[in-house]
Design a protein around this ligand. Structure first.
Ligand code: MG
Length: 237
């Protein structure tokens, strides 16, 4: 390491120590707890509102490119028009996903979160207050593409579904225990590519079950449509 670099990292270390004083750290923890508690209260209200309207609700979480939107397109193809489906799509900036799902005749609402890396109950509450819930019997939420931030916020849906794909590597479940602990269903998508990639799906299934013995694991290929019927059964649709 050259001299200036050494100096720079020393200063950064001092800075971070200064920031980590007991007072500052306690303040950050207190604020985070308050936000978390508020979020949980709002999520509970959302859940009871949806229940009052006999709506089944699901929150899809997963990394960018895992196949959340594609799976929601497949589900919409099967569910519309017999069901009235609303899909709330979270994204940092675009309407790409909502436009894709809209083509499958489901109603869509896009939330652009700006710098936030996950949807929270405040976002969903705003939407729920402004739509005619009586019009729908199924609500899907597609969270912002991310496997870490969504574990901080529940959204008040009946079930949380986490989507991973064979392209993310066989360690992806093991590395995100918090998310799988709070999920009801784990989808392993892109199984059509598993053989070519040499992904060990059995390990992924075993990891999910080890983290959360109650989790249901469904293997899908949104591309070929494989596993979508089984997914619907596990979702109670
Ligand atoms: Mg998407």
């Amino acid at each position: 390491m050259v001299k200036e670099e050494k100096e720079y990292s020393r200063v950064m270390e001092l800075e971070s120590r200064k920031l980590a004083t007991d007072v500052n750290r306690d303040e950050v923890i207190r604020t985070q707890k308050q936000v978390g508690n508020q979020n949980d209260i709002i999520a509970e209200n959302i859940q009871s509102k949806l229940k009052r309207n006999n709506i089944k609700s699901f929150d899809f979480v997963g990394a960018i490119g895992a196949g959340k939107t594609f799976l929601l397109e497949r589900l919409s193809e099967k569910l519309v028009p017999e069901n009235n489906v609303l899909v709330i799509c979270g994204d940092i900036t675009t309407r790409v996903d909502a436009d894709r799902i809209q083509k499958k005749e489901a109603d869509t609402i896009q939330i652009n979160t700006g710098r936030e890396c996950a949807l929270n109950a405040y976002h969903i509450d705003k939407i729920i207050k402004n739509v005619e819930l009586q019009k729908y019997n199924i609500v899907f939420v597609e969270n912002v593409g991310n496997l870490i931030c969504p574990s901080e916020f529940i959204l008040g849906m009946d079930k949380r579904i986490t989507v991973v794909s064979t392209t993310e590597g066989e360690w992806v479940i093991e590395k995100h225990p918090l998310l799988f602990k709070m999920s009801d269903i784990a989808i392993i998508n892109k199984i059509d590519l598993a053989e070519r990639l040499g992904t060990n799906i059995d390990k992924m299934i075993a990891d999910a079950k080890k983290i959360n013995p109650n989790i249901k694991v469904v293997l899908t290929s949104a591309k070929t449509g494989e596993g979508v019927d089984e997914l619907m059964r596990e979702m109670g649709l």
